[in-house]
Design a binder for this molecule. Structure first.
Ligand code: ATP
Ligand code: MG
Length: 584
């Protein structure tokens, strides 16, 4: 079929949408691929839907090839299964909950572990039926706190989710590796630049877990790579090398000092150096101070609980790392009100001793080990304490990964240092284990006629997000620039010559390409100038544009490769040349 711009349902926009910050969002709206229906909820217009369907096709083909079987669950789900796993509560505000006309609770599925586990329990009972991998490509709902960047982070979005069921841990490992390989094929075929990162498994529980991140400045995830070796990890999953323990014996006593107006780490370090305080004979640095941040942690269904988080003073607390460490509990900084409510919380002078004395849980960075000595708040206005020794003057209730990871930090296993970059999470695979099969009491008869619980893997691809991730990686200042595999049309034929002969030749070219099985978009708009047509062609971003313009009278068709060279092709060779480029 040939698609005509003269009749296609499309309006391109000259202006960026007011709410758009990242290039993919601006361009997908301006080029008429998607349109906002509500915050985080988008309509797919004809061009956008074509890209989405092509991405879906790649995902489906590779999932089928790796042995997955497709099915489709509803998005509208009953409460009970999510009650069984406690996610009805744990999911918190992100879960869309609703009631039917009888007042029965329902939800819009954010992910479907519960449904897959139940259906396997219902239908299978013998080890002979395993392993099995099931998947769907389906609409998910999450009331995201910060929907962002159009379809990149929607409240309604399309995910491929699959689940493997195995009778043994070795089987799970194999299913996991097969998914990993399938994901590599999917993202390779789509032409994405991506990194496979070690990940935390978050609300899902479970152990081994990796994320696929499309490399992009505008991504919300930060990942690290080591300068030597293969190590790559989401910053949320970076494990801090513990500090070196020191003997406590012989360390000088902690001394409280007057430190007027030293509420920041910088002013505190300046005070210490002006006051002649030294650490092992050298000047005091930010890393010798201990930052004490007060947060509120809320477990599902419980009241918020004050918690102190200790990190070396040369680092900020990274809220995303802190959140990941505490999931499924949620966390926020203590407010002015919280400070006002508790006399012992003195802004700028909070220390671990005062917190512990008042029954507040204190969690420390892994560098805060026994025998380390710190300059920190003395819990009174204008006072700090020097020489506060861990394990002698205070003892944290536990350790926590909350400090920011910095460029140049040591990589694990001595593999050089870490470099930081940003990415968009496009896929996530993890070994879930028996959390869900146990919750649903899935009992399968094994080879010896004994009951056994199968182990699961859970694997997601952000299908609609991939459209945005591709647009992030494939665009320039003029517009989109799709890889052939996902372009709505590989070829855009532009009639840019008033001559009737040019029009006829363009129609024939489109018909010939169509006959060869190549999808064609033809710009046959009668009263639109060549300049506007060229601009639109660049904005829409088909990989090849065949221009029948001025040089057509000399028998030449211009073949513009979006973002690349322009070839002058004799009219007689154009079909052949295009076919070769599309099928290469
Ligand atoms: P994120 O950290 O980006 O919120 P997640 O950890 O919540 O992602 P998963 O629950 O693992 O994501 O979902 C699987 C995949 O679905 C993700 O890798 C991502 O590609 C996609 N995805 C998740 N949330 C959204 C969303 N709000 N909009 C679009 N795609 C999403
Ligand atoms: Mg999320």
């Amino acid at each position: 079929m040939i698609t005509r711009l003269s009749t296609m349902f499309l309006r391109t926009l000259r202006e960026d949408p007011a709410d758009a910050e990242v290039p993919s969002h601006k361009l997908l709206v301006r080029a008429g691929y998607v349109r906002r229906a509500a915050p985080g909820v988008y309509t797919w217009l004809p061009l956008g839907l074509k890209v989405l369907r092509k991405v879906e096709t790649v995902v489906r083909e590779e999932m089928n090839a790796m042995g997955g079987q497709e099915l489709s669950f509803p998005a509208l789900l009953p409460r009970e299964p999510y009650e069984t796993t406690n996610r009805w509560n744990e999911y918190g505000a992100e879960l869309f909950r609703l009631q039917d006309r009888r007042g029965v609770d329902m939800l819009l599925g954010p992910t479907h572990e519960e449904m897959f586990t139940s259906v396997v329990k219902d239908l299978y009972s013998s080890y002979k039926d395993f392993p099995v991998t099931l998947y769907q490509i389906q609409t998910k709902y999450r009331d995201e706190a910060r929907p962002r960047a159009g379809v990149l982070r929607g409240r309604e979005f399309i995910m491929k989710d699959s689940y493997s069921f195995d009778m043994s841990d070795a089987g799970l490992e194999e299913s996991y590796q097969r998914h990993r390989a399938a994901y590599q094929r999917i993202f390779d075929r789509l032409g994405l630049e991506y990194v496979i990162c070690a990940a935390t498994s978050g609300a899902m529980g479970g152990s081994a877990s990796e994320e696929f991140l499309a490399v992009s400045e505008t991504g919300e995830d930060t990942f690290v790579r080591s300068t030597e070796g293969e190590y790559a990890a989401n910053v949320e999953a970076v494990v801090t090398q513990p500090g070196v323990e020191r003997p406590i014996e012989g360390q000088p006593d902690a001394v409280v000092h007057e430190t007027p107006d030293s509420e920041t780490i910088e002013t505190l370090v300046n005070w210490a150096n002006d006051a002649g305080v030294t650490v092992e004979g050298r000047a005091v640095m930010a890393a010798d101070t201990l930052k004490c941040i007060v947060v509120k942690v809320t477990e599902a269904g419980a009241e918020p609980e004050l918690t102190g988080v200790l990190v070396p003073g040369d680092r900020e607390v990274d809220m995303k790392r802190l959140e990941a460490s505490l999931e499924p509990a949620t966390v926020e900084l203590a407010s002015e009100e919280d400070f006002a409510k508790s006399d012992f919380l003195v802004k700028g002078y909070v220390g671990p001793v005062g917190l512990a004395k008042n029954g507040v849980r204190v969690l420390a960075d892994p560098r805060v080990v026994s025998g380390t000595s710190w300059i920190t708040g003395a819990d009174e206005k204008n006072r700090h304490v020097v020489g506060l020794v861990t394990g002698r003057d205070f003892t944290p209730d536990g350790f926590i990964e909350a400090a920011e990871v910095k460029e140049g930090d040591p990589a694990p296993e001595g593999l050089g240092t870490l470099t930081l970059a940003r990415g968009i999470e496009i896929g996530h695979i993890f070994q879930l284990g028996r959390k869900y099969t146990e919750a649903f009491d899935v009992q399968i008869l094994d080879e010896n006629g004994k009951r056994a619980v199968p182990t699961m893997g859970s694997y997601g691809v952000g299908v609609s997000r991939l459209v945005a991730a591709l647009a992030e990686q494939y665009h320039d200042e003029k517009g989109l620039n799709w890889p052939i595999e996902v372009a709505p049309f590989p070829v855009h034929v532009v009639i840019a010559n008033k001559d009737e002969i040019a029009r006829e030749a363009a129609e024939k070219l489109a018909a010939d390409l169509d006959a060869a099985g190549i999808e064609v978009l033809i710009d046959d708009r009668p009263k639109v100038s060549p300049g506007v047509k060229f601009k639109d062609a660049e904005l829409l971003g088909m990989p090849l544009a065949a221009i029948l313009g001025r040089s057509f009278s000399d028998g030449v068709i211009e073949l513009r490769q979006r973002g690349g060279e322009t070839l002058e092709v004799p009219a007689a060779e154009i079909v052949e040349r295009i076919i070769a480029l599309v099928r290469n």
